[in-house]
Design a protein around this ligand. Sequence first.
Ligand SMILES: Cc1cc2nc3c(=O)[nH]c(=O)nc-3n(C[C@H](O)[C@H](O)[C@H](O)COP(=O)(O)OP(=O)(O)OC[C@H]3O[C@@H](n4cnc5c(N)ncnc54)[C@H](O)[C@@H]3O)c2cc1C
Length: 457
Amino acid sequence: MSKPDALTELGEMLGDRFSRSKSDLDLHGRNETYFPLLPPDAVAYPESTEEVSQIVRICAAHGVPVIGWGRGTSLEGHALALKGGISVDFSRMNRVLKVHPEDMDVVVQPGLTREELNRELRATGLFFPVDPGANASLGGMASTRASGTTAVRYGTMRENVLGLEVVLADGRVIRTGTRARKSAAGYDLTGLFVGAEGTLGLITELTLKLHGQPEAISAAVCAFDEIGPAVDTVIQTIQLGIPMARIEFVDAATAAAFNSYAGAEMPEKPHLMIEFHGSASAVAEQAESFGQIVADNGGDGFSWSSRPEDRTALWTMRHNAYYACLGLRPGATALVTDMCVPISRLAEAVEETRADIARSSIPGPILGHVGDGNFHAILLVEPGNEAELAEAKALSHRMVERALRLGGTVTGEHGIGMGKLGYMEEEHGQAWEVMGEIKRALDPSALMNPGKMVPGN
Ligand SMILES: Cc1cc2nc3c(=O)[nH]c(=O)nc-3n(C[C@H](O)[C@H](O)[C@H](O)COP(=O)(O)OP(=O)(O)OC[C@H]3O[C@@H](n4cnc5c(N)ncnc54)[C@H](O)[C@@H]3O)c2cc1C
């Protein structure tokens, strides 16, 4: 039993779909944020569930770690090879296997991205709504329990995954869930693997819920002098039952970033960006009702449009927000925070965070999916500047403490990875020990994405 033997066996099995080139290792050892390069020993590119099972069996026999790799867009160093091992890159398992339009579901391989899926679905009148901004893989999105701009209307990956095929740590292949919309049959194993970040097994197939493409869409934008009235507008819109498909908050610093990155002409003030889905008359009515709430809260510059080009411009700008914010400090890297609190505590959470960042030396634009009580500060630090990174981590730590104090969670959507591991006990108490027991039952040798998620892994 040895790592060199595992590498030899895998090389023989996969041929040129097994790589040890430096560029490939570096590509699979990097991440989008401030974590250091942590490359695996090799990268495998399977094309079928059988191959994934065989890779895992070989690794299990030789005690070699296995780390799933979707698109590498996760923000907490999730897919970094902390203990070396084999990065299993799913990019060659990227097919739509079966669309069931009548049941509004689809079966896909894990390497397919959400944008690829929606391109394939275009002619069916259906779409997959979960939208984390980045063009992530569906396997990676399930593994991080991703959400994003549309969760307020359509839910997160938790609500949109009906079933999975999973290769366990010993190479066995299991299926969880069915295509039925509900089931009372036993433990919810689908829910267990959604959000497990590859620490319990590798997802090789997903059955996903689809939704009808809305007949009409309207999008609106408005500005406020202060954060409080912007958040009050969100709360009142929810309380009045106006069905928003997206509602995004950006602060004055983010508006400034949009101006310089995308040539937007936004006043440098807090803004809300919102979208409604429905019939043509319903979305017009919803936009007007929302406009009234904006006016009641002292907002200005309210305008709405149902023209596709206006919407596309608005959401393209929002999707590029991370890169626009990075542009505020050329050459910077980012520590991206991810607070989520009950909506009634959102205004104080954002305001306390804004004041805390203002007292620091770190630039930190704030933006978020405020309909879910979820927001991010993008803390911009100079690469290699340890003092700045420490200051950003201290800000992030205080955000986490604030989230827990206000009844929220340490991560609304980005997940645990390496960055949030230290907060699991504080959020979950003894339940974190139970997570460790589940891990030991399913992966007794701790080979699936080791060093992540559970105590002592
Ligand atoms: C600009 C930007 C904006 C973002 N905005 C959002 C947002 O709004 N909401 C949000 O939720 N996220 C957001 N993210 C984070 C990121 O897009 C999500 O975490 C996404 O789900 C990661 O998918 P991925 O395919 O890149 O997975 P990866 O980063 O490759 O992997 C993520 C984790 O899943 C595991 N994994 C991957 N594939 C499998 C598999 N088949 N089986 C088992 N485990 C697997 C990996 O080991 C790792 O632990 C953003 C990222 C960027 C760069």
